[in-house]
Ligand binder design. Structure first.
Ligand SMILES: Nc1ncnc2c1ncn2[C@@H]1O[C@H](COP(=O)(O)OP(=O)(O)O)[C@@H](O)[C@H]1O
Ligand SMILES: [Mg+2]
Length: 269
């Protein structure tokens, strides 16, 4: 890696990072202070694994030290995340359908070297604090009632992690990629866009577009996969537990707004 390259302007950010231009064709993902070395190393490991596949996603180019923390360098994708048009007040159903189809296509693949989704979700449930032991038992029972499966799952498929690059949708941010049952991957995506934080941060008008997008997504995904929406809704307590675990690691206004909403999924199991 050429060490003379300087970090350029910021082009995006997410829950874990700020992302900047890096040279002409790359970006650098600089992690926020709350993100542990373990999480960064895991993203690097997954990136190296996915580099070896034929998936049409940005290559992981390498890593460098930025202010004492590892930062990851990825191939740059031209375009804007698909959330951006929603934020600007524009949405049409075709976008939601295309997004659903892409998620469905990902779920037709298997990369069995990836971490096990089942083990990951089970650990999250076991590690979750502040729930009753009967609730924990019910969550584990619910998890076990679904087949484990070994399909490629993204882990955080949502409109801030898809770049619309000349009409082609390119999926980024694979740090939670795993091998497992697509139903939990879909339940996570659906839950994410239904969060009360969406209207809190973005206002009612944009939240309505996100709701339309989410409904088109789930209807199209169910049609393609022949999985019923009721079955996906049955997974909500599991993905709520996963999100509650994340929220407990990072106390801020948004995670506090979500907490009660997430507990409700578990209590109404
Ligand atoms: N390879 C890339 N090419 C272009 N933009 C990117 C790329 N990777 C990330 N971004 C931008 O940076 C944002 C945050 O990156 P992401 O990997 O999703 O980080 P986080 O884990 O913090 O969500 C994205 O929403 C996108 O706007
Ligand atoms: Mg992201």
């Amino acid at each position: 890696m050429n060490m003379d390259i300087i970090i350029g302007k910021e082009i995006g950010s997410g829950g874990t990072s700020n992302v900047y231009e890096y040279g002409d064709n790359a970006v650098i993902k600089v992690y926020k202070p709350h993100v542990s070395d373990g999480v960064i190393n895991n993203e690097k490991y997954i990136g190296e694994l996915l580099n070896k596949t034929t998936l049409d996603i940005p290559d992981l180019i390498g890593s460098i030290d930025v202010n004492g923390k590892k930062a990851l360098i990825y191939e740059r994708i031209e375009g804007k995340v698909i959330a951006e048009s929603l934020l600007n007040g524009w949405y049409e159903t075709e976008i939601g359908y295309k997004y659903a189809k892409l998620h469905f296509d990902i779920h037709q693949k298997s990369i069995i070297e990836l971490p096990s989704q089942y083990d990951f979700l089970k650990n999250r449930i076991l590690q979750l604090e502040n729930i009753a032991e009967e609730e924990r038992e019910s969550l584990l029972g619910l998890l076990d009632s679904f087949p484990k499966d070994n399909k490629l799952c993204h882990g955080d498929y949502q409109p801030f992690n898809i770049i619309n690059s000349y009409e082609k949708f390119v999926v980024i941010d694979w740090n939670g990629a795993c091998s497992g049952n697509p139903i939990f991957d879909v339940a996570w995506s659906y839950m994410t866009l239904n969060s009360p934080v969406v209207s809190h941060v973005l206002g009612e008008k944009v939240a309505e577009l996100f709701t339309n997008f989410n409904n088109d997504y789930i209807n199209k995904y169910c049609a393609l996969s022949e999985i019923s929406k009721d079955l996906i809704l049955m997974c909500m307590p599991i993905v709520a537990a996963r999100r509650l675990y994340d929220n407990n690691q990072n106390d801020n206004e948004h995670t506090r707004i979500e907490r009660e909403w997430l507990y409700n999924y578990i209590q109404n199991m």
